[in-house]
Design a protein around this ligand. Structure first.
Ligand code: C5P
Length: 230
C-alpha cells in the first residue's frame, strides 16, 4: 500500500488529527497536520508583534517561518518546540486572519503540495481534498455534531492543563467553523469525491478501522483495474 495520497478534511473537533495520525502509523505513511502550519504562522506573528490587520506583514511572516513537523507529532518553529504553545486558545482566537490571507495560503499550500507530491502521505486540514491534493486517491470528510466536537476539544484542552468552560469552547469552535466555511480563500468544503463520515457516535478506534477499510477497498479496486483482461 505504498505511495497513496490520502486527504482528510473536516471542521474543528471532528477527530481528523487523531485519525490521521493513527491511520498514517498503521500504513507506515507520513502524517501531515496542515493546521499546525497555520498555527505556527499565527504564533510567530504574535511573538513578533505583527499587526493582524496588515495582510502583507502577515504574508512576510509566513514566508520567513521555518516549520518542521516531526514524525512523533512535535512541531518545531524556527528551531523552537512549540507543540503545546500552538494549541492554546489565544491561537484559536487569532488564526482566522492568517487562514483567510491568500498570500499566506499560497506559501503554505506550495509547501504542502511539495510534501505530498511523492505520495505515501495522510494529510489533514480544511482544503486538502479540494486544493492541496485534488488528485488524492482517497478523500475523507470527517464531521460530528457541534456539541460532540466541543466536548472532544474541551477534553483535549483539559489534558493540556488549559482551564476553559465547555460553553466557551463550543462558542470558539462555532465561530472558527463559520469563518472557515465562509471565507473566500479555500473555504472548508466537502470535495465531490470525498467520503463523508459522521464520527459523532463512533470511538476513535472505530473511525480508524472504518477509514482503513475504505482505503483497502480503494487499493483493491486500483489493483483490479490494473490486471490485464484474460
Ligand atoms: O486543524 P486545526 O484546528 O489545527 O486548524 C486550525 C485552523 O487553521 C483552522 O480553523 C483553519 O482556520 C486553519 N486551517 C486552514 N487550512 C488548513 C488547515 C487549517 O485554513 N488546511
Amino acid at each position: 500500500m505504498k505511495g497513496l495520497k490520502i486527504a482528510l478534511d473536516g471542521p474543528a473537533g471532528s477527530g481528523k488529527s487523531s485519525v490521521s495520525r493513527l491511520v498514517a502509523k498503521r500504513l507506515g505513511y507520513l502524517n501531515v497536520d496542515t493546521g499546525a502550519m497555520y498555527r505556527c504562522v499565527t504564533l510567530r506573528a504574535i511573538w513578533d508583534g505583527v499587526d493582524f490587520e496588515d495582510p502583507k506583514a502577515l504574508a512576510k511572516v509566513a514566508a520567513s517561518c521555518r516549520i518542521e513537523l516531526q514524525e512523533d507529532g512535535r512541531v518545531i518553529l524556527d528551531g523552537q518546540d512549540v507543540t503545546d504553545e500552538i494549541r492554546k486558545p489565544i491561537i484559536d482566537s487569532r488564526i482566522s486572519s492568517i487562514a483567510e490571507n491568500e498570500e499566506v495560503r499560497k506559501i503554505l499550500v506550495a509547501e504542502q503540495k511539495r510534501i505530498g507530491a511523492q505520495g505515501g502521505v495522510v494529510m489533514e486540514g480544511r482544503d486538502i481534498g479540494t486544493v492541496v491534493l485534488p488528485d488524492a486517491e482517497i478523500k475523507f470528510y470527517l464531521d460530528a455534531a457541534p456539541q460532540e466536537r466541543a466536548k472532544r476539544r474541551w477534553k483535549e484542552l483539559g489534558k493540556r492543563g488549559v482551564n476553559v468552560s465547555l460553553d466557551e469552547v463550543k462558542h470558539e469552535i462555532c465561530l472558527r467553523d463559520k469563518k472557515d466555511l465562509e471565507r473566500s480563500a479555500s473555504p472548508l468544503k466537502l470535495a465531490p469525491d470525498a467520503i463523508y463520515l459522521d464520527t459523532s457516535n463512533h470511538t476513535l478506534n472505530e473511525v480508524v478501522e472504518i477509514v482503513l477499510a475504505k482505503i483497502q477497498g480503494v487499493v483493491r479496486t486500483h489493483e483490479a483495474n490494473k490486471r490485464p483482461c484474460l
